[in-house]
Design a protein around this ligand. Structure first.
Ligand code: NDP
Ligand code: 2IT
Length: 451
């Protein structure tokens, strides 16, 4: 009898906790997946005996490095940088880079773990990785950000490559930062290659990559609503965040006839009962992204809105909710409030925004609830399409890419139904996404033997 026959979910999680002390986010992400995978594996001895989940939950490698840079006042600053290469069973490691003071090894390990399943769900050949630094871009000059990006890449370059590991953006990393990092990579290696995605259109980027995560999360939401014969027309939406994902999710909701009531940042949320229309979304994009302003200033520009300092928006009654800021921003109590207020559907634009309590609340209430690894996969999917275009040395048209994004999101939705249909009209999207993502990676790993 194989030793692993004796390990149940609790035993497995005890081991994960023991091997990853002080890494709560990573343990949380593994727990959420393991709950479904242990059930799925019950009658699948090979996955057990080959220790597949245990192997996916142990990153292939975690590279940690010092990043020194000089600020504008001439002070020497020291940050820590990481790249977590979680799993490359189905393709080169792929995943974003996050610059935020809250970044730790635990946060990047959870993100790289989740990315492994998400990338598998897209149907494209991409493994899972994530990187970043505890560098805080807020309040830094553009030249300071440039120097930091250059220093970060001066170490990172030796660990990445178009067929090895292809980073992209995430919190605090957008087109500008990708430009600085790509420039430094090219300078060090003398190699113009598709080593990063989210590049500018003039130098190998793809159309709609910027919009893809937010748009994709709304396409997924529409797919979910369609299972109930509904759509977004006339529905109210509560959104958190005001960055790349949040503003593009808001844009697509407005385009599809919905009314967006809230946006937020780390200072609090704004509630605009008139609806945040396209013009107001442009204002937010300019104000937050280009001017690095605070969302609270929205109420000066649009006085019918109110600002709620230090609060998240989940208490505002709505038909649909899209958490698009950061991990663990929607807690069990918030989930209960949303359900009690009649929220029909939740589509996560952020990664793991809902804590485990919240996940269980949504599952118990049987509402339409999509975990980030399914609903926010549009961004990395278009990154995958950017890689293909780079390899082919050509660019596809916007309509082609829009259609591919829609098709990929529908494909993920179908995979969730395949493995998450519980009967009686209830689809457990968490279970569906976990099993569909796991199965693809697991079967590739089985083919490779014990490596
Ligand atoms: P941005 O940096 O563009 O925006 C982040 C937004 O979230 C800002 O409004 C920011 O507020 C807020 N935020 C960040 N950290 C916190 C925090 N600790 N507490 C409260 N608010 C916070 O990032 P993105 O929009 O790209 O990313 C948002 C989420 O989407 C992340 O979870 C990311 O991993 C996920 N994601 C992103 C993808 C992409 O393609 N960009 C793809 C898939 C998922 P403030 O300005 O005050 O910091
Ligand atoms: O979380 C994510 O999927 C991203 N930040 C995008 C990753 C990518 O490689 O485009």
């Amino acid at each position: 009898m194989a030793v692993t026959d004796h390990v149940d979910l609790n035993g497995f999680m005890e081991g994960v906790k023991k091997r990853n002390p002080y890494q709560p986010e990573f343990v949380q992400a593994v727990q959420e997946v393991a709950e479904d995978i242990f059930e799925f594996m019950q009658d699948k001895e090979e996955y057990h005996s080959q220790q597949i989940l245990r192997r996916i939950a142990e990153p292939d490698r975690v590279v940690s490095f010092r990043v020194c840079w000089e600020d504008d006042a001439g002070n020497i600053r020291v940050q820590r940088g990481w790249r977590v290469q979680n799993n490359n069973a189905i393709g080169p490691y792929k995943g974003g880079i996050r610059f935020h003071p809250s970044v730790t090894e635990s946060v990047l390990k959870f993100l790289a773990f989740e990315q492994t399943f998400k990338n598998a769900l897209t149907g494209l050949p991409m493994g899972g990785g994530k990187g970043g630094s505890n560098f805080n871009p807020k309040g830094k000059s553009v030249r300071e950000i440039m120097r930091f990006c250059q220093s970060f890449m001066t170490e990172l370059y030796r660990h990445i490559g178009a067929d090895i590991d292809v980073p992209a953006g995430d919190i605090g990393v957008g087109g500008r930062e990708i430009g600085f990092m790509f420039g430094q990579y090219k300078r060090i290696t003398n190699n113009f290659t598709g080593v990063l995605t989210g590049k500018g259109l003039e130098w190998g980027g793809s159309l709609i990559r910027t919009e893809a995560t937010g748009y994709g999360a709304v396409y997924f939401l529409e797919n979910m609503l369609a299972t109930k014969g509904e759509n977004l027309e006339g529905k109210t939406a509560v959104i958190s965040g005001s960055g790349n994902v949040a503003t593009h999710a808001a844009e697509k909701i407005v385009q599809l006839g919905g009314k967006v009531l809230t946006l937020s940042d780390s200072g609090g949320f704004i509630h605009d009962p008139d609806g945040i229309d396209q013009e107001k979304i442009y204002w937010v994009k300019t104000h937050k992204t280009h001017r690095r302003g605070r969302i609270e200033e929205y109420v000066e520009a649009f006085p019918n809105a109110t600002f709620h300092a230090g609060k998240t928006p989940w208490g505002v009654p709505c038909d649909v909710a899209l958490p698009c800021a950061t991990q663990n921003e929607l807690l069990g109590e918030d989930a209960k409030t949303l359900v009690a207020n009649g929220c029909k559907a939740v589509s996560e634009g952020a990664n793991m925004p809902t804590d485990l309590d919240g996940v269980h609340t949504f599952k118990h209430a049987k509402i339409l609830y999509a975990p980030g690894k399914a609903s926010n996969a549009g961004g990395v999917a278009v990154s995958g399409l950017e890689m293909s275009q780079n390899s082919e040395r050509r660019s596809w048209k916007e309509e082609e890419l829009q259609q591919m994004l829609k098709d990929i999101m529908s494909g993920i939705h179908n995979s969730c139904i395949q493995y998450g249909n519980q009967g009686g009209g209830y689809i457990d999207y968490v279970k569906g996404a976990n099993i569909a993502g796991f199965k693809k990676v697991a079967d590739a790993m089985l083919a490779f033997g014990v490596v």
